[in-house]
Design a protein around this ligand. Structure first.
Ligand SMILES: [Zn+2]
Length: 524
């Protein structure tokens, strides 16, 4: 027998619960043809995988490549394919790149990226997928529809509950988008233009995703002091709407809140036991990459950027914000200004350093950074517990995702902005933690980054190694796999991801990009 690609003598971990086994894998066209003993077969390309694991391509169910706009700027998504990621799902945290009811809809991107110069030539969701299919994509791409994108397109900058007519229009746009192939709906309940959406509005929209068996992905209303109520809110929303629900980038921020872990997890477990299809994604880092304005009290950022800047200028509002921040007992001094297009003066500095330089309090430094950057600034905050993170990685209802964005390998920010190392190293870092800390079996670890996210997303014929599936395949070195990306220098390729095959084509070979781009747009 002859195959386009023949992988010989590897150890197959197939994404099911099967034990790892020695086998060869034969691929022709876009599909896996045979998994078994192919001693006498030949291949157009032969990969010798002695001592290596052959696993399904990794599925990143929580990607921000769209809202960071890097999917359009760097469609090859090299920092992802070199991690072994073959499929991403974008459109999370309430924000997607379609549908655009008005140009204002795109404003929900602004908390991550400036939209000046973004030139998007689509309105409807189907048109977006069609346009995306003309990009040379490095990875397969699925997209959800963001609630804030729907809402912002109609209500523009107004902050208020939507009228029944507006809810109907949102329902119609969502319905069209789901019909055109969207993977589901996402909510970003912490963000300015969503916090006051009424429960009725959230239920109506979620029900539509539920009826079509699509995913509901939720950025919780609180990841700190109110995390337990936030989890309960989502569990209740999922129960009422019949949705399969994912809590995005689940974490508990702030040392003073870490004690809530057990309550938060038991709220999830309880919902699951009552039949709610609930799960969460988590990244293997104990540092967040957070939009700085979300540190303010809710009243101070309700209404978005203009309100924030106005409150920062107004003396009495400013005092109230400072008092609020001081009472939060957060460790703000180690918060590092990482990413901003608007002002580079503070990049790479901590709020503690800025406070010392300016001889002001650390709370005032935070407000000054917000003012100077037009509230378009993202920070690294070392406010997570690595113990909690490991508990979450191991939890039976977790999957592992980047919550990051894809870049080119040669990427180096023009203005000195830093990106979170998870954009370059999430999956290898997770696998090295599995090896070094014995977090779980390899079979379980591989399921958390392949078959489980595929099943939750509703992806067919991907996420497992079985004859007839699409040939999204990774060959990795279980002893050497790991990430080298750091907070100081995030732009470094992972190690130990030897071969990556997407839709039957070799995109990484012997650890190097081949230059082939083989990603497809996923429609549901
Ligand atoms: Zn989010």
């Amino acid at each position: 027998m002859t195959f386009d690609i023949l992988i010989k003598n590897g150890i197959v971990v197939d994404g099911f619960s099967n034990e790892a086994r020695r086998a060869d894998v034969g691929i022709s066209g876009a599909a896996i043809k045979v998994i078994g003993d192919l001693k006498n077969a030949t291949g157009g390309k032969t990969i010798l995988a002695e001592g290596k694991y052959i696993v399904p391509g990794f599925i990143d169910i929580q990607s921000h490549s769209d809202s960071y706009l890097t999917l359009l700027e760097y469609p090859a998504q090299e920092s992802l394919i070199t991690q072994g990621i073959t499929t991403i799902a974008v459109g999370h945290c309430g924000t997607s790149l379609a549908p655009l009811a008005s140009p204002e809809a795109l404003k929900s991107v602004q908390k991550w990226r400036s939209i000046a110069g973004a030139n998007l030539n689509w309105l409807k969701f189907g048109e977006f997928l069609e346009a995306l299919s003309h990009y040379q994509l490095g990875v397969n791409v699925a997209s959800l529809i963001g609630h804030s994108t729907l809402r912002r397109g109609l209500l523009r900058d107004e902050v208020r509950p939507a009228t029944p007519e507006e809810v109907q229009i949102m329902q119609r746009m969502l319905g069209e988008g789901l019909q055109a192939g969207a993977a589901g709906l996402s909510l970003g309940l912490i963000y300015a233009h969503e916090t006051d959406a009424a429960g009725e509005e959230l239920s109506r929209l979620s029900e539509m995703a539920g009826k079509k068996s699509r995913l509901l992905s939720v950025h919780l209303r609180s990841e700190g002091s109110h995390v337990v109520e936030a989890v309960e809110e989502v569990a209740e929303l999922a129960r009422k709407s019949g949705c399969r629900v994912k809590i995005s980038h689940f974490k508990i921020q702030g040392r003073q809140n870490w004690g809530q872990l057990e309550l938060a997890l038991s709220a999830i477990d309880r919902a699951y036991q009552r039949g709610v299809d609930i799960f969460f994604d988590v990244y293997p880092y104990s540092t967040t990459w957070s939009v700085l304005y979300t540190y303010l009290p809710k009243w101070a950022y309700e209404g978005g950027r203009e309100t924030i800047l106005k409150n920062l200028r107004d003396r009495s509002s400013r005092e109230r914000i400072l008092t609020y921040l001081k009472n939060q007992s957060l460790d703000l001094s180690s918060v590092l200004v990482a990413t901003s297009e608007a002002n580079t003066a503070f990049l790479g500095k901590t709020l503690g350093q800025i406070a010392r330089n300016q001889e002001i309090s650390v709370e005032e430094a935070l407000l000054n950074v917000l003012s100077a950057t037009n509230a378009q600034v993202i920070v690294f905050d070392y406010n997570l517990s690595s113990g909690i993170m490991e508990t979450m990685l191991r939890h039976p209802l977790s999957v592992i995702a980047t919550d990051g964005a894809g870049y080119d390998l040669g990427y180096a920010s023009l203005n000195g902005s830093l990106v979170h190392p998870r954009c370059f190293g999430t999956m290898p870092k997770f696998l090295s933690a599995v090896r070094e800390k014995n977090l779980m079996s390899w079979t379980e670890a591989i399921k958390k980054i392949t078959s489980r996210p595929a099943e939750k997303l509703g992806l067919k014929k991907r996420g497992t190694l079985v004859a007839g599936n699409y040939a999204d395949v990774v060959v990795l070195d279980p002893r050497g796999v790991g990430s080298r990306a750091s907070y100081e220098n995030p732009y470094i390729q992972s190690e130990g991801i030897d071969e990556v095959i997407i839709n039957g084509r070799s995109v990484v070979s012997k650890g190097q990009l081949t230059g082939t781009l083989a990603g497809q747009v996923m429609r549901f």
